[in-house]
Design a binder for this molecule. Structure first.
Ligand code: AVJ
Ligand code: FE
Length: 448
């Protein structure tokens, strides 16, 4: 990465802080006061909670820890502590009103910008203090994506608008890619804004495997439904079948079939036919796993996903992104809520990885067949509560970000996690499989 001066970093951070705040405001000013304080789903916080929580964490992590300032409103800390109150219960707390919230987050932001001006950003302090700002930027963007998911759960007329995604050039070429056996470097020790769970970089040896070129589409997923996939326990894990039965799952969340058998979906208040070429979204880990079994495949493991996304066999290096080390452009990935939906598969050939795998970054988070666990050599920072307390729980890994993820909050090493039954997040998947002995031999022969 190019060396940045303290001044360049200050300018970049100030721009990113302004951008995340503009997004938070755009997600909250488009609904009325009643909508801001309402519980749109027991899975989500009221929007006004997310907004104040963003300010509260900014105050704790930046204004108090880095800036050494005295607390603005210490009495509200507990209200916005995610560990003290479940999402379902937050609607009943004596929360700040929307007007009070705006005033509070504005005051915190002023102090944060002042802290940015005054903080030493050279040498070791560049790494430590620079990271604190990066963490705040990413935290606000993560909550913005969460607020976007709340918008999707909200019923009523559409209030969010965006350009439609690019159409796919005709999808051609292989639908699967063979990744030869061998070692690659997973994680990072150098990415400045990587969170604790992405560190450290460490070698991983993998046998040969095959991974889908594209995420699984709505059309492909509908074929699984039409083939009775939801009624066949043999495609589902034991836990998956139990959940499918108890929750009455019959299709992705927000899908409905009309009398003619056409699938429709509700997307941010718009009813529309389900586009067959787009990656399927709003499926849980169990549905993804069942589809993969039906297709004669499986989900990729987390290291398989990362090798397919980052490993450059020509140099042996792991890239920051599939296309290289440069930040995402709109030609490479569907990120940043630029569009309010995934783009059809084949829409981002410029975002392909060295192996030719496409749409790994953006469009939909991708479920991996891996539990949420630390890398060897993991050290929690700056807080155990960020990642560590979730390790070993009932969580599965998601990779790659969605159309609702900001570019500042995603990279090839980024790791997300959620419960295997969650569907309100913008998650889909792609399939993988073991390479057959024949395929493995063909590669070895070809390399010699
Ligand atoms: C990384 C998306 C699982 O939203 O629970 C936000 C990110 N951590 N505030 C979440 C996060 C603290 C986290 N995920
Ligand atoms: Fe948070």
């Amino acid at each position: 990465l190019p060396e940045r001066s303290a001044e360049e970093l200050r300018t970049q951070v100030a721009e990113l802080l302004a951008r995340s705040r503009a997004r938070s405001i755009a997600l909250t000013e488009t609904v009325d006061e009643a909508d801001l304080v309402a519980q749109h789903s027991p899975l989500m916080s009221p929007l006004v909670w997310d907004l104040a929580h963003v300010g509260s964490q900014e105050e704790l992590w930046l204004v108090r820890d880095v800036g050494g300032r005295t607390p603005l409103r210490p009495e509200i800390d507990g209200l916005y502590d995610a560990f003290q109150h479940s999402r379902a219960s937050r609607v009943d707390l004596p929360l700040l009103t929307p007007a009070e919230t705006h005033a509070y987050i504005g005051q915190v932001r002023e102090k944060a910008l002042d802290t940015l001006e005054r903080s030493p950003l050279t040498g070791r302090r560049l790494v430590e203090n620079g990271f604190a700002f990066g963490m705040i930027v990413q935290h606000e963007q993560q909550h913005d994506e969460t607020m976007l998911a709340t918008h999707q759960l909200r019923t009523g007329a559409p209030v969010l608008h965006a350009e439609p995604p690019p159409a796919a050039a005709r999808v051609r070429g292989p639908r699967e890619v063979l990744i030869p056996a061998g070692r690659f470097l997973q994680g990072t020790s150098t990415e400045p804004w990587a969170l604790d769970n992405e560190r450290p970089a460490h070698p991983v040896d993998l046998p040969a495997f095959v991974i889908d070129t594209y995420p699984v589409t709505n059309g492909e997923y509908a074929a699984f439904i039409d083939d009775g996939g939801y009624d066949e326990p043999r495609w589902w894990s034991e836990a998956g079948w139990r959940h499918r039965t108890e929750a009455g799952l019959v299709a992705p969340e927000f899908w409905e079939r009309d009398v003619d058998g056409t699938w429709w979906r509700r997307r941010f208040g718009v009813f529309e036919p389900v586009p067959s070429g787009e990656p399927v979204v709003h499926v849980c880990f169990h549905e993804a796993t069942a589809y993969a079994a039906w297709a004669g495949k499986r989900l990729p493991t987390e290291p398989e996903w990362e090798k397919a996304a980052r490993h450059d066999p020509a140099t042996g290096r792991s890239r920051r992104y599939p296309w290289g080390d440069t930040d995402p452009t709109s030609a490479q990935a569907n990120l940043g809520q630029r569009h309010l939906q995934p783009a059809p598969v084949g829409a981002y050939p410029a975002g392909a990885s060295p192996y030719g795998v496409q749409q790994l970054i953006g469009d939909v988070w991708e479920w991996c067949d891996s539990g949420w666990c630390p890398y060897p050599g993991f050290e929690a920072f700056p807080y155990r509560e960020y990642s560590q307390v979730f390790f070993g729980g009932d969580y599965k890994v998601l990779r790659g970000g969605s159309f609702g993820t900001d570019p500042s909050a995603i990279r090839g090493t980024f790791r997300n996690w959620d419960h295997p039954i969650r569907r309100q997040i913008f998650a889909g998947f792609r399939c993988a499989r073991d390479a057959s002995p024949h395929e493995t031999r063909a590669v070895i022969a070809g390399e010699r």
